[in-house]
Design a protein around this ligand. Structure first.
Ligand code: EPU
Length: 422
């Protein structure tokens, strides 16, 4: 197994450039299937989830050509309906976007149940409700989901019980070529929803309201290809902002949209960290003892659930007792056992983690239990004295582009040891 070795306790100095956003890139890659033409996507992060998505659409008949780092030409004209590879679907969450894309283009689709990080229950009832409201029938088995429409999909109103990112994406895609107007109420407002709408509109779709809780999609009969650049990854940026604070350092994070980072920035300021914003960068400086805080994750523009584990590391190093509440995912605290190996004092009570600050963390052998948990282990290891070994780093590689190189570039002592792959 591949492992990370990190010798911590060293300040980080300099700047880190942020790549394209994984969770925007995934729906847009699948949306190229809906478009059914030639698209050039720029600023795709080169991480394993993106490679999996590109392989998935290739095996469906798309021609995928890497033009440059992060730039891909994707020709989906010859995609065969119903050919989504079931074996790849289970390796990531975003694979279920094939459903909305194919349903929107062909009126039917089938795929394996999605995988991704294990946060307990991750139902897809809101996706199904949306597809059915548009006129499709949906059949779920233990390991697969299929949907088909006997007549052309017809615009409708869908109220989401939860402002789900995945359901909003899938319903938007299915409705893009439906007859008439679809209204999604209580839609997710995340920046990646706006990015998908912007991409589809650049291909001829008629979508308004993305970024608010009411999205209106007026169906169009034709879409066309084009060139589109993915927005910067706010979770990657937030991860390095926290790394700066946890290691008592000063880092400039470049190629960001500061507005997308506001919830993280506000909480960093609240615990006593200095954050200066420019047009497309933020500079984060440690200013002395960290203060305790109450943090509650929420849908955008709330504090992102994908920053829960990373911020927890900071609270571990703050003075006093903090409370971190997870309100989006069912069970996102499995990583706290790993942090405990490094000397963290955390007790979990349902959706609350009570974090009692310690003066320092120490090195240990730990695991990345999921993607963002893995990033949290890296931050903890950078802050801790001694050499920490992190196992199961394939989780980290699903979503962080060149993390080792980026951290080495600002002075971290971090190296990756590749295991014997036989
Ligand atoms: N939910 C339902 N029913 C549904 C859909 C969702 O009950 O039909 C619940 C889920 O169980 C979960 C909550 O609603 O508790 C949020 O689900 P959502 O659909 O918003 O999230 P997702 O599409 O499963 C995406 C990201 C996650 C990120 C969440 C929240 C992708 C591929 N995944 O997941 O990213 O945590 O939104 O922002 O975009 C990550 O990148 O590390 C990651 C886990």
């Amino acid at each position: 197994m591949d492992k990370l070795y990190i010798s911590g306790g060293k300040p980080l100095i300099g700047s880190i450039n942020i790549g394209g956003m994984k969770n925007a890139a995934l729906p847009i890659i699948f949306a190229t299937v809906l478009v059914g033409d030639v698209c050039v996507l720029e600023n795709l992060p080169e991480v394993s989830d993106i490679n999996t998505a590109l392989e998935m659409i290739s095996r469906m008949g798309a021609k995928v050509e890497r033009l440059d780092r992060g730039t891909y030409r994707i020709d989906t004209r010859e995609v065969r309906c119903g050919s989504a590879p079931l074996d790849l679907a289970g390796s990531m969450r975003g694979s279920y976007y094939v459903l909305g894309a194919e349903l929107g283009r062909f009126g039917r689709s089938a795929t394996g149940l999605p995988g991704g990080c294990n946060f307990g229950k991750r139902p897809i009832d809101q996706h199904i409700k949306g597809f059915e409201a548009l006129g499709a029938k949906v059949i779920c088995s233990d390991d697969a989901v299929s949907c088909f429409a006997e007549r052309p999909l017809t615009g409708t109103s869908v109220y989401l019980d939860i402002a789900s990112v995945g359901a909003t994406v899938n319903i938007m895609m299915a409705a893009t070529k439906a007859q008439g107007m679809t209204v999604i109420d209580n839609a997710a407002r995340e920046p990646h929803i706006v990015d998908l709408a912007n991409f589809l509109n650049s291909c001829g779709a008629n979508i308004s309201g993305a970024g608010t809780e009411v999205i209106k999609i007026r169906g169009v009969s034709e879409l066309h290809g084009g060139t589109y650049a993915i927005i910067p990854d706010m979770i990657e940026a937030g991860t390095y902002m926290i790394a700066a604070a946890a290691t008592k350092s000063k880092l400039t994070i470049t190629n960001v949209i500061p507005r997308h980072l506001e919830a993280t920035t506000a909480k960093l300021i609240e615990v006593g960290v200095k954050v200066e914003e420019g047009d497309d960068y933020v500079t984060v400086s440690y200013e002395g003892e960290l203060k305790k805080a109450r943090v509650k994750t929420d849908f955008y523009p709330g504090f992102p659930t994908d920053m829960n584990p990373q911020f927890c590391v900071l609270l571990c190093l703050a003075d006093g007792e903090s409370v971190l509440t997870e309100s989006v995912m069912d069970n996102r605290f499995k990583y706290t056992d790993e942090l405990a190996r490094m000397g963290a004092k955390i007790s979990v009570h349902g959706r609350d983690a009570v974090v009692t600050g310690v003066t320092e963390l120490h090195s240990a052998n730990v695991r990345a239990v999921d993607l963002r948990a893995g990033a949290a282990m890296v931050i903890a290891a950078l802050a801790a004295k001694g050499t920490t070994v992190i196992d199961d780093i394939y989780h980290i590689e699903r979503g962080y582009e060149d993390m080792v190189e980026k951290l080495r570039g600002v002075g971290a002592d971090i190296r990756i040891v590749r295991g014997d792959r036989g």
